[in-house]
Design a protein around this ligand. Structure first.
Ligand SMILES: [Zn+2]
Length: 63
């Protein structure tokens, strides 16, 4: 019969497997160019959008 420690161990193993799978996913290299969303010239676009637009962050204004 499974007790709480067994349940915790199963949960931990499942979480670890998901984390490893996520870490193994290839990170797109990206290309330089103009962001399709904010129009800024960025050194790295993935699927035509810069990191700020992809993450939903506001680009910090340059002083
Ligand atoms: Zn952008």
């Amino acid at each position: 019969m499974a007790d709480a420690a067994d349940d915790a161990q199963l949960l931990l193993e499942a979480h670890l497997a998901r984390s490893i799978a996520a870490a193994r996913a290839p990170i797109p290299a990206g290309v330089a160019g103009e962001c399709g969303e904010c129009g800024e010239d960025m050194p790295r676009l993935v699927h035509g959008r810069c990191g700020f637009c992809r993450d939903g962050r506001k680009r910090r204004a340059l002083t």
